[in-house]
Design a binder for this molecule. Structure first.
Ligand SMILES: NC(=O)c1ccc[n+]([C@@H]2O[C@H](COP(=O)([O-])OP(=O)(O)OC[C@H]3O[C@@H](n4cnc5c(N)ncnc54)[C@H](OP(=O)(O)O)[C@@H]3O)[C@@H](O)[C@H]2O)c1
Length: 279
């Protein structure tokens, strides 16, 4: 089986390539070989004739996307349209990684796949546009909304906190935004299931349980044996440092995926422990 992974050098891409390359022929697409915005990626992939496509490449800097709108739109919308064109022409399944940021966060309970998207920031808008292109053009798709990713191969909150913790006595972290931290290793294990169980649709997939960024930071410091004090602050006091609005509650309900695939996601604190101890 020939599998294309776009964004193969990114944080999730790295783990997915590691999971799949032993058993399958993997073709990695990333900015160093192809820009998914350009049509030549379509011609190349049509010639390669993959059996399955994972589309992970994206403009992922949520704050920068507010200013750099043209590029964010081109990558997340036009680039996605190019990848969808390949899947439609070859009639092969597509997995698209979307985000909790398609929701506005006003709900107080976890979001299900039936809840109405209403993005608060431009990044969320472009990812939602990508979802719409897929549902309009394809039948064989998996749209996976996930959140708060951390993994070995990329910048993430865990690395930021562990690095600050070595230099600072205290760190301020917001305690009024809730989500589910998700280890890219665990997400890659779940994504692999789509190769064999073709139950197409929209799925929310994160590590189990939820927390605030403050809880998450405290756990990172505790598990890494640090002494830095984490100080809770409110998002309004942190606003000046961030261009993009974030949802207050972006916890995603995993139950549809767990039920249909008969699988239980590990909890986020177990995932964090494994990540920090290099297991
Ligand atoms: N990180 C999160 O917390 C999070 C949460 C929810 C959903 N997601 C989604 O999950 C997916 C993977 O996220 P991630 O954190 O692993 O992202 P990432 O580390 O930023 O990886 C994305 C990869 O795509 C590449 N890329 C960007 N623009 C491209 C283009 N035009 N053509 C080809 N490659 C391009 C990036 O290269 P450069 O690094 O050079 O730009 C990077 O290697 C994304 O679709 C993202 O929207 C992420």
């Amino acid at each position: 089986m020939k599998i294309v992974i776009t964004g193969s050098n990114g944080m999730l891409g790295y783990d997915l390539v590691q999971r799949l390359k032993r058993r399958y022929e993997v073709i990695g697409i990333d900015i160093d070989n192809f820009d998914i915005v350009h049509k030549n990626v379509v011609d190349y992939l049509l010639r390669q004739k993959p059996d399955f496509v994972f589309h992970l490449a994206a403009y992922t800097d949520v704050d920068k996307a507010e200013r750099d709108r043209k590029r964010a739109y081109n990558v997340n919308v036009s680039g996605t349209r190019n990848i969808v064109t390949v899947c439609k022409t070859l009639d092969v399944p597509l997995v698209f990684i979307s985000t909790d940021y398609v929701f506005d966060g006003w709900e107080e309970i976890p979001y299900t796949e039936k809840d109405r998207p209403n993005p608060l920031n431009f990044y969320g808008e472009t990812k939602r546009e990508g979802e719409k292109i897929i549902t309009a053009m394809l039948k064989k798709y998996f749209i996976v909304r996930t959140s708060w990713l951390f993994g070995k191969n990329g910048k993430n909150f865990v690395k930021t906190i562990t690095s600050f913790a070595q230099k600072k006595e205290s760190i301020e972290v917001v305690d009024d935004q809730y989500g589910s931290p998700t280890y890219t290793y665990d997400l890659a294990v779940s994504l692999k299931m789509f190769l064999t169980v073709k139950k197409y649709g929209v799925y929310h997939i994160t590590n189990r349980n939820s927390c605030s960024w403050f809880d998450f930071a405290k756990k990172i410091v505790t598990l890494s044996g640090g002494k830095t004090v984490i100080i809770p602050i409110k998002s309004v006091d942190f606003k000046s440092k961030r261009l993009a609005k974030r949802p207050q509650n972006s916890v995603l309900d995993n139950s549809l995926f767990e039920k249909r695939f008969d699988y239980r996601m590990p909890t986020w604190d177990d995932a964090l422990r494994r990540y920090l101890s290099n297991e």
